[in-house]
Design a protein around this ligand. Structure first.
Ligand code: HEC
Ligand code: HEC
Length: 161
């Protein structure tokens, strides 16, 4: 075997190992053990009207669609200049939820609160709770997750008002 081919085989083997190591990490939807990934531009632009919703709660396709229509963002104009949008989109896509093929169907949703994952995770919250004055909207994560603005949703910190 010539040297170049040997090297190539080796690096393919290394890449495969990395995939195997990375998969269990990526499938850990909660991610509470690692510090939440952050980016100053994203934090500032996407954290001004609501918390900067963590990228890991939506698949890349959702973030791309959202970033393509920021001027019509849930009835608000959240547009930013092209370079800023580029920085934010790259960050969101890199840290997005890795969707399984079975989840592809809902990949177009722009709402975290509209995903099946969110409904399952919150099935113990009574329907009327979401509309109570102290909460107002399911999108108001911080009402029940005091660490939401820092990307922390740990079960033991949850306090439903
Ligand atoms: C000008 C204010 C404003 C800015 C800036 C803004 N948003 Fe929003 N965003 C809103 C409003 C209003 C809603 C709807 C909230 C609701 O329904 O309670 C929303 C909702 C969302 C939701 C859906 C929440 C849910 O229901 O699951 C996501 C995700 C989101 N925004 C991401 C972003 C990202 C990413 C950025 C930065 C590029 C951003 N937002 C910047 C106003 C803004
Ligand atoms: C009305 C209060 C309330 C709001 C608002 C709320 N949550 Fe929750 N959340 C809960 C409760 C209660 C649980 C635990 C459910 C259970 O397992 O019994 C939970 C669980 C979670 C978990 C799993 C935590 C773990 O470690 O098991 C995540 C992640 C999460 N919520 C994210 C969010 C996000 C993101 C938002 C906003 C888009 C949000 N939540 C809004 C009450 C809330």
């Amino acid at each position: 075997m010539n040297k170049a081919l040997h090297r190539q085989r080796l690096s393919t083997a290394t890449a495969l190992c990395l995939v195997v190591i990375a998969l269990p990490l990526a499938s850990h939807a909660d991610g509470a053990k690692k510090p939440a990934p952050t980016n100053p531009v994203w934090q500032e632009e996407c954290g001004s009207c609501h918390i900067a919703y963590p990228a890991r709660f939506l698949p890349a396709e959702s973030w791309r669609s959202m970033m393509a229509a920021l001027d019509q963002h849930f009835g608000s104009d959240a547009s930013v200049d092209a370079q800023t949008a580029d920085t934010i989109e790259t960050f969101l896509v890199q840290n997005a939820k890795r969707s399984k093929s079975s989840q592809k169907a809902e990949s177009s949703t722009l709402r975290i609160t509209g995903t099946k994952w969110f409904r399952n995770e919150h099935d113990e919250v009574p329907a009327a709770k979401w509309k109570s004055p102290a909460i107002g909207s399911a999108a108001n994560c911080g009402a029940c997750h005091p660490g939401a603005d820092r990307g922390s949703f740990r079960e033991r910190d949850i306090k439903v008002p």
